[in-house]
Design a protein around this ligand. Structure first.
Ligand code: SD4
Length: 402
């Protein structure tokens, strides 16, 4: 667990320089990057300064803002979001555009072949998309899940938020909605996704997400029927542990943008897990699971095995932990440890950012995890990749207070 939010700015710059010197990749850090503001982040929000309307910290300017932060090494999306955010001084009024357009850039580029069309074919060989945008000022959200045949899921999510009174549309009906809003209906399959799917069929549909069915899903493809024998109540320690998610086969971006007025938007986009059962929706489009934002406190976003993550709403947990006075580091770790309490064979990460731009990551299941951050730095590039060590997989985990 690494805390980015405590030490002094000079130390931060020194560490960045050391990281640049010792790191095999430019801009990639293998240690934490402590960043600070004048405001102690372990003070409960209720104790921070308030105005007559009882709004917290309204006049507080943070040297860390504006900022854009996202999960995994989707640098192009982050750079584009940063560019959009800086169209206005302080990023004012641009956080929604920054998140939506930054994520759209990833969807367009099929960033690292892992976000957007042409990735993670489901059991039927089709790519479907989940996405969400959340406004931390109004608490409005727009989400799409299992979206078929429309490339830019995050923009469709934005249309759900801005042109309906609903929060989420799903499946074919979401496609119809998108078409009526002017989006193009087109196949999301590519040579890459078709080849991946064919290889999966050739390997007898392994791995897959079925259990308690016949014929045996561990050795053969479906169609399957439910087993007539009683279901073992034995708890599985993981959901599909064969489906490891790593730097080369992950499929999600979670992004948070904060402007100089502490206005926050958070968003996600994913094509889910490869070989998912058709109709499966992950955590990414679910508020509180894939991402959450509240201008009064901050925001969080998660990545990893969404079938598990959505059971614990880790990003809501992280934001609520910060509201209760925890640092971003503690808050992110609370999100992860809540999952670990029940599923120790799990891959995932939570990024937590407070409204001042102090941030931290907690991750589990991998050795390390990378994020991209853009924020004003006195020296060095504004956009940089930061890599943190994940919680150790062996040894006791502290569940106190979880
Ligand atoms: C999902 N959480 O659909 C996503 C997958 C992911 O990097 O995060 N991959 O379960």
């Amino acid at each position: 667990m690494l805390n980015f939010g405590k030490n002094s700015l000079p130390i931060c710059f020194a560490l960045i320089c050391i990281g640049l010197v010792v790191s095999p990749m430019p801009n990639e850090l293998t240690t934490s990057v402590p960043i600070t503001t004048d405001v102690p982040s372990n003070v409960p929000w209720s104790e921070h300064q308030t105005n007559s309307k009882n709004e917290v910290n309204v006049d507080l300017e943070s040297p860390l803002l504006p900022m854009v932060i996202n999960s995994w090494t989707h640098t192009e999306g982050n750079e584009h979001a940063w560019h959009v955010l800086n169209r206005t001084p302080g990023g004012l009024g641009e956080t929604r555009n920054a998140v939506v357009e930054g994520i759209t850039r990833c969807e367009k580029l099929q960033s690292r072949l892992s976000v957007g069309y042409g990735g993670s074919p489901d059991e039927l060989g089709e790519t479907t998309l989940d996405a969400m945008i959340m406004d931390g000022a109004t608490m409005d959200v727009g989400c799409v899940a299992g979206l078929r045949r429309i490339k830019y899921a995050i923009r469709v999510a934005r249309h759900v938020m801005e042109h309906t009174r609903h929060s989420m549309l799903v499946g074919d009906s979401a496609t119809e909605f998108a078409k009526s809003m002017g989006f193009r209906d087109e196949s999301l399959s590519t040579r890459n996704s078709t080849d991946l799917w064919q290889q999966w069929i050739d390997s007898k549909c392994q791995p897959n997400f079925w259990r308690n069915v016949y014929p045996d899903p561990k050795i053969t493809c479906g169609p399957y029927k439910p087993n007539r024998t009683s279901i073992t109540p034995e708890k599985e320690n993981s959901v599909g542990k064969e489906h490891t998610i790593g730097p080369d086969n992950h499929d999600t971006i979670g992004m948070i943008a904060i402007d100089g007025d502490n206005h926050i938007h958070a968003g996600t986009s994913t094509n889910g897990l490869s070989y998912k059962i058709s109709g499966r929706v992950g955590d990414s489009p679910i508020p509180g699971a894939g991402a959450y934002a509240d201008n009064e406190v901050g925001a969080a976003t998660a990545t990893g095995n969404g079938d598990v993550l959505m059971r614990f709403l880790p990003t809501l947990l992280a934001v609520e932990a910060m509201r209760a006075g925890k640092t971003p580091a503690q808050a992110a770790e609370i999100g992860i440890r809540r999952v670990l309490k029940h599923y120790t064979n799990f891959f995932g990460a939570v990024i937590a950012v407070n409204r001042l731009g102090e941030y931290a990551v907690s991750c589990y299941g991998w050795e390390e995890f990378s994020i991209v951050v853009s924020s004003p730095l006195k020296s060095g590039p504004n956009t940089r990749i930061e890599t943190v060590n994940c919680l150790p997989r062996s040894g006791p985990i502290d569940f106190s207070g979880i």
